[in-house]
Design a protein around this ligand. Structure first.
Ligand SMILES: Cc1cc2nc3c(=O)[nH]c(=O)nc-3n(C[C@H](O)[C@H](O)[C@H](O)COP(=O)(O)OP(=O)(O)OC[C@H]3O[C@@H](n4cnc5c(N)ncnc54)[C@H](O)[C@@H]3O)c2cc1C
Length: 396
């Protein structure tokens, strides 16, 4: 038996012994997810147990070194852990944009003191993070951001506004791109700051959406004093760090769609139920063709993503290729969700109330939510621009 085979046997029995049976089932509601932080109230006793066991073993951040709160697994071990976790159908014990998007850049650009201060509480789920990038005048053109951070002795004084800050009202800390200089090109004067949201002068205003549900907030900063030791990397060199965070985010978004779609009832079965069959096959040949194409594209995308995940697990940062994955996975997800709603016809357009099954209502909401996939983390058009410039090196 190779050391990796032994590791597989060990981690498989650890998962079987420690993951409660109810945590080996698909999520029923989003409010059953665990995101951690000061305000977290874990709804289910088994979620709490599962989260605590995983955090205690460092497995909320499998490849992070033990002294930073992780499990210290190698890339190959983490890939095996992931396979066994999925095989058993375990729910994620902790969801954390801190671990997914911020930890890799703290590891790369942070000082030892920053690593020890920020990483362990993140892995233990004690601190929930949100992302302060977009501003009213800076979305796709992110480098136009205006939020100012002026140095006064050992503190920055921050003034300005972020927008579309997902879950800011539930988060404890925010990682921000701020302007520390107006000299040179607009990308040169940006720094990367970590801000405790309990600092005086930070206010969060939830944004209401027509759907009645919204993760979005406006986050305002008025003379917010941030210790200089909370700056990651050099002053005015934050753009590179910010871009790397986006690469992790894009990779994450493409992987999430992959996982979600796996849990769905297959498109073929749904169509058979909704439309019926003729001689054992779907009666509508055009729909049959659309479903077959979507399934083939889904499988190809899944294999490509798996290859890329293995590269990342082996220690390479994801790079500009993530724009290809993000673009393709999110456009494909939109296509699959739309197809589902089309198969269900009128029944696929319910929002609430009697006359619709829980599954039908869920499909409508997933379809509408999927429209945001090709905007969050940078729109599809922006991904195509990045692919043209940085992957294909096409001329301007
Ligand atoms: C679900 C969701 C969650 C989000 N969460 C966060 C968050 O937590 N933190 C955060 O900071 N932000 C967040 N955002 C904001 C997100 O990053 C921005 O919406 C996104 O970057 C686009 O910016 P914008 O909305 O200002 O659109 P704009 O930049 O105004 O773009 C409008 C349209 O013009 C197109 N366009 C713009 N420039 C170009 C160009 N050069 N070439 C071709 N087409 C172009 C775009 O593709 C788009 O279709 C979130 C957004 C969504 C949808």
């Amino acid at each position: 038996m190779t050391p990796l085979d032994e590791f597989r046997t060990r981690i498989k029995s650890w998962l079987e012994e420690n993951c409660p049976a109810s945590m080996q089932t698909p999520l029923v509601n989003d409010d059953e997810e665990v995101w951690g932080g000061r305000n977290e109230q874990i709804k289910l006793a088994d979620s709490k147990l599962w989260f605590e066991r995983m955090a205690h073993a460092g497995l909320t951040a499998p490849t992070l070194a033990k002294e930073y709160g992780g499990a210290g697994l190698s890339g190959a071990e983490a890939a095996i852990f992931d396979e066994e976790h999925r095989r058993l159908g375990c729910r994620p014990a902790l969801k954390s944009i801190g671990i997914w998007m911020l930890a890799p850049v703290i590891l790369r650009y942070g000082t030892e003191a920053q690593k020890l201060a920020f990483l362990p509480p993140m892995c233990r789920g004690e601190v929930r993070w949100c992302q302060g990038y977009s501003e009213p005048g800076a979305g796709s053109d992110l480098a136009s951001l205006q939020m100012r951070a002026e140095l006064e002795d050992d503190h920055y004084v921050v003034n300005g506004q972020k927008v579309w800050t997902s879950q800011a009202d539930k988060s404890d800390w925010i990682f921000c791109l701020v302007r520390t200089s107006t000299a040179g090109s607009k990308r040169e004067g940006i720094s990367f700051l970590l801000v405790d949201m309990a600092t005086p002068g930070v206010t969060v205003k939830p944004i209401q959406l027509i759907s009645g549900y919204s993760p979005f907030c406006e986050t305002h900063f008025e003379n917010v004093r941030v210790p200089i030791i909370n700056r990651i990397g050099e002053e005015n060199r934050g753009w590179q760090i910010g871009k790397e965070v986006l690469e992790y985010e894009r990779s994450l978004i493409s992987q999430m769609r992959d996982m979600n779609a796996d849990e769905d009832e297959s498109l073929g079965n749904l169509a058979k139920r909704a439309i019926g069959t003729k001689n054992g096959v779907l009666a509508d040949p055009i729909l049959r063709d659309r479903i077959a194409q979507a399934n083939i594209d889904f499988l190809c995308n899944k294999l490509t993503l798996r290859r890329s995940a293995q590269t990342v697990a082996a220690g390479r940062s994801p790079g500009a290729e993530t724009s290809m994955f993000k673009y393709y996975a999110t456009e494909l997800n939109k296509r699959r969700r739309e197809l589902k709603v089309a198969i269900e016809g009128f029944q696929g357009l319910g929002w609430e109330g009697p006359g619709f099954t829980a599954g039908e209502l869920q499909h409508t909401r997933e379809w509408l939510r999927s429209r945001a996939n090709s905007i969050e983390g940078g729109s599809s058009e922006i991904q195509l621009n990045i692919i043209a410039k940085r992957v294909l090196a096409l001329p301007d």
